[in-house]
Design a protein around this ligand. Sequence first.
Ligand code: THU
Length: 130
Amino acid sequence: MNYKSLAAKAVEAKSKALPTYSNFHVGAALITKDDKIYTGCNIESSSYSLTICAERTAIFKAISEGERKFKAIAVVGDTEGFISPCGACRQVISDLCGDIDVVLVNSKNETKVMKTSELLPFAFSDKDLK
Ligand code: THU
């Protein structure tokens, strides 16, 4: 699967978003080393801080199904520019997916590929806990 198709899966997932308070719809699609795709959307809570981002929804779905090795994650919002994953998601991508391709998608379905390590240089990691 190429990144245009992965981006299309993220766009599809965005239609499931539940951004009750922000009205900011986000979709994500995570592809495993075996080309299996897990999608996610943002889901908001009336206790705002309990909101979960699209990226973490997709990642936690995949991890909870036993997946451990990933190639890329695509993220899309209704933004003219390329959406920028939040700091919490950068940390979780770094911890659980490693230095993968992060495919940023804008509202015209254009893509920009960045590495996790570019988005989160000098990351805190499990190595710091030893
Ligand atoms: N959001 C995401 O789902 N992913 C991001 O990378 C940025 C922010 C969500 C969280 C919240 O539901 C809404 O966008 C506004 O912050």
